[in-house]
Design a protein around this ligand. Structure first.
Ligand code: SAM
Length: 231
């Protein structure tokens, strides 16, 4: 029997709401709009609405839906925001963010934009094709490079989200955050990582709020891990 992906999606999101991962209507609606089955390899589509990370090749993963929901709630993006994501992977998290900052229902002038950086060129290309097929290519720009350097040409950003684990918060990302902006990033080693919410106050003062323990693949780059160091 063919799978009813929309029903499976609704059921998963209802569960994530009951468990407290989804708190707001905006995150629920955004995740209801984005077809996660289009952002996983063909042979894993059946598992798209199980709450778990899935392999996407090159040793990388698409994060579990509960983590995407939790990080998006912490980030608190709004219509019109300029968002930077480090770690495009499949493009799924970027699409969820685009639904919130640039909803189709809003006039185009009010749209924000998502820039997403991926270090593995083949994954960036796959993410671009996923985003194109699902209708997000005018709201998300995928860039190949070392995201630990940020994206100085497009800075400053209202929101920055890092979807790989860093040894410490990369300084360029703090610099490229607007006053009043929020940065969400997992920090730690292979065994223990804390998901941090960094708030840059209007005065420029930085507040760091640890939230939940998480497990991500490494952020590899100038202000991240180098491959040999990660253990
Ligand atoms: N957000 C993704 C999604 O929705 O599918 C999942 C991201 S996956 C957990 C982490 C990604 O970060 C991997 O694709 C990895 O190649 C990428 N990555 C690691 N270090 C990076 C860096 N310095 N710059 C850009 N991407 C990086």
């Amino acid at each position: 029997m063919p799978v009813n992906f929309v029903e499976a999606r609704r059921k998963l999101l209802e569960d994530l709401k009951k468990m407290g991962y989804i708190k707001s209507d905006k995150v629920y609606k955004a995740m209801m709009q984005v077809p996660r089955e289009e952002f996983v390899p063909d042979d894993l589509k059946l598992y798209a609405y199980e709450d778990r990370p899935l392999p996407i090749g090159y040793g990388q993963t698409i994060s579990a839906p509960s983590i995407v929901a939790y990080m998006t709630e912490l980030l608190d993006p709004n219509v019109g925001h300029k968002v930077l994501e480090i770690g495009t992977g499949s493009g799924y998290q970027a699409a969820v963010l685009a639904e919130i900052v640039a909803p189709k229902a809003a006039p185009r002038e009010a749209w924000g934009h998502v820039w997403s950086i991926e270090r593995i060129p083949e994954l960036a290309e796959w993410a671009r094709s996923n985003l194109e097929r699902t209708g997000y290519s005018d709201r998300v720009t995928v860039v190949v490079g070392d995201g630990t350097l940020g994206l100085p040409d497009e800075a400053p950003f209202d929101r920055i989200i890092v979807t790989a684990a860093a040894p410490k918060v990369p300084e360029p990302l703090i610099e490229q955050l607007k006053p009043g902006g929020r940065l969400v990033i997992p920090v730690g080693d292979t065994w223990t990582q804390d998901l941090l919410l960094i708030i840059k106050k209007e005065t420029g003062e930085i507040e760091e709020v640890p939230t939940i323990p998480v497990l991500f693949v490494p952020l590899i780059g100038k202000y991240g891990w180098d491959k040999e160091q990660w253990r």
